[in-house]
Design a binder for this molecule. Structure first.
Ligand code: 3SK
Length: 517
């Protein structure tokens, strides 16, 4: 591996790498195609637009957009200008966005037209510093402070890239924890470069001739590597899916565009294999797939390989490490495990006192590697608890066997990962107890018959309330309405009481034990 350049603007770096293939399609989103030449030109013009609007280097701008060809233009255009995009999940609530706008002190928002209503709600809910809203694919006539993405990018003058340092803040992502507000994870230009050199090229093996399709969206760290930094660093073509990654929507892309690299999460792989219209091996062109977000059950990986004749490389990464640091490889694949450390990263399993655990014993996962985030913005306590010198505590538990393969053994906290997205049990419980029928609630993750985790709530009802299906449906609707819909409990059990410690703390592990008995 070359060493990371000291001065690095990752957007400019990609434009330089791809100057030789200006006419080649970089992005295809089903409605529009953008060549490498157009991507470089538009990113430089987008940077010019930000300067015209008065945005300055290091200021933040919220990026709340669906996966269309405008997403990479906004992200890379901001990097080009030295402005810091804060890329956020498009499935959150107005309250979530209100918090992120205030916390990031975003000076502008880049938003998809269909997300403008929820953004407006968020802007009304709290203090913010937003002066400009750049609307991609507007669905209504725009009034100040809203401006049209397309016409303003075309009219803007391209500008030179900011001469950023590799360690300079490039962008933020948000990561949720078991308590409190989401944390702003701050990443540098160099971190993008390292994930390309350590995982994208040597492990996933993305190359120029590939067509890459990531069902995981660009706003996830996983999707950002899969569908932006890795393919663009080698000049591959990326297929984007604007809407929800249902099995049918994914099949359409696999058949129409013949991607050779596909990236998903285990829940999606399971629903693809269960779908009646699953394509045949001959209809698709996948040569390698990636999985992350939750552990890929062995049997699922084996069935997928039997169907399509290619491997799924299961790995684990984190928003804090930016991408995958522990992974299977095409030439070293052990379904049911997360594989071995990606070269360039070191991994340790430690006990509660910080001492290394014996082979075959469960330990807390610690990672050392050059793509670690710089900090959690304005959160010194959580930064200190997670970023420990060169090491980072992941919050996951693992076992390592004699051969050096790592197997997932759950979370260190009570966080639940559903389809690759974190759900805080406490957040869901707090919403459930706001319902008039509920006295107390406890939420846990339970593996279904396929080994995939789903959210389950145990609820103690108020006296006089009956626990029928109508109440269950009402409680599920109540959670969907109050939180991002993916957080709702898929099952609800009514119970007389919850297991608690002597001091009244809910013992979620006892509920988990009951589920496995
Ligand atoms: O969930 C994961 O394993 C993951 C993988 C790559 C990047 C980010 C994340 C959270």
């Amino acid at each position: 591996m070359n060493s990371c350049p000291r001065l690095l603007n990752f957007a400019q770096y990609l434009s330089e790498v791809n100057a030789v293939r200006a006419a080649k399609p970089a992005y295809i989103d089903g409605q529009r195609t953008l060549s490498y030449g157009e991507l470089a030109e538009r990113s430089a013009r987008f940077a010019g637009l930000l300067q015209e609007l008065g945005l300055r280097r290091e200021e933040r701008a919220l990026l709340l957009m669906h996966d269309t060809v405008d997403w990479p233009v906004a992200f890379l255009g901001a990097l080009h200008a030295g402005v810091v995009p804060v890329a956020v999940n498009t499935l959150l609530t107005a309250d979530d966005y209100a918090y992120m706008l205030a916390h990031s002190r975003s000076q502008a928002v880049f938003v998809s037209g269909s997300l403008l209503p929820i953004l407006r709600e968020a802007l009304q809910r709290g203090p913010h510093e937003v002066k400009h809203i750049v609307v991609s694919e507007p669905t209504e006539a725009l009034q100040a402070p809203c401006i049209d993405f397309e016409s303003r990018v075309q009219a803007a003058q391209p500008v030179r890239a900011a001469d950023t340092h590799a360690d300079e803040i490039a962008f933020w992502l948000y990561s949720s924890g078991s308590t409190g507000q989401p944390k702003g994870v701050v990443h540098s230009h160099g971190n993008l470069w390292y994930t390309v050199e350590l995982y994208g090229k040597p492990v996933l093996g993305v190359r120029e001739s590939d067509v890459v399709f990531s069902a995981a969206k660009l706003f996830f760290a996983y999707g950002l590597g899969n569908a932006l930094s890795f393919p663009l660093a080698v000049g591959a073509t990326v297929v984007l899916l604007r809407g929800r990654p249902t099995p049918q929507a994914v099949f359409e892309k696999l058949v129409e565009f013949q991607p050779t690299v596909f990236c998903g999460v285990p829940t999606l792989y399971a629903s693809m294999l269960a779908a009646p219209d699953l394509p045949t091996r001959e209809q698709v062109a996948m040569r390698v797939c990636a999985s992350a977000g939750e552990a890929l059950p062995k049997e699922l990986g084996e069935r997928y390989t039997a169907q399509f004749g290619c491997y799924i490389l299961d790995g684990i990464g984190s928003t804090e490490m930016l991408h995958i640091f522990l992974s299977n490889r095409s030439d070293d694949l052990h379904y049911g495990t997360t594989g071995k450390p990606v070269p360039g990263y070191e991994v340790q399993l430690r006990d509660e006192l910080g001492a290394p655990v014996a082979t075959g014993s469960i330990g807390d996962l610690y990672i050392k590697g050059p793509s670690a985030a710089l900090m959690y913005w304005n959160n010194r306590d959580k930064t200190r608890a997670t970023f420990l010198g060169e090491w980072l505590k992941s919050g996951d538990k693992y076992i390592c066997d004699e051969q050096g393969y790592y197997t997932y053994a759950g979370r260190s906290d009570d966080m639940i990962k559903v389809s690759g997205q974190y759900v805080s049990p406490i957040e869901v419980e707090n919403v459930l107890v706001q319902h008039e029928a509920v006295l107390e609630a406890a939420v846990i993750g339970v593996a279904d018959a396929q080994g995939l985790v789903k959210t389950v709530a145990y609820v103690v009802l108020r006296p006089g309330q009956d626990g029928g299906d109508a109440v269950k449906a009402a409680l599920q609707a109540h959670v969907k309405h109050s939180l991002a819909p993916f957080k709702y409990p898929r099952q609800i059990h009514f119970t007389e009481e919850l297991p608690k410690t002597a001091t009244g703390k809910i013992q979620r592990f006892r509920l988990r034990q009951m589920e496995t008995q």
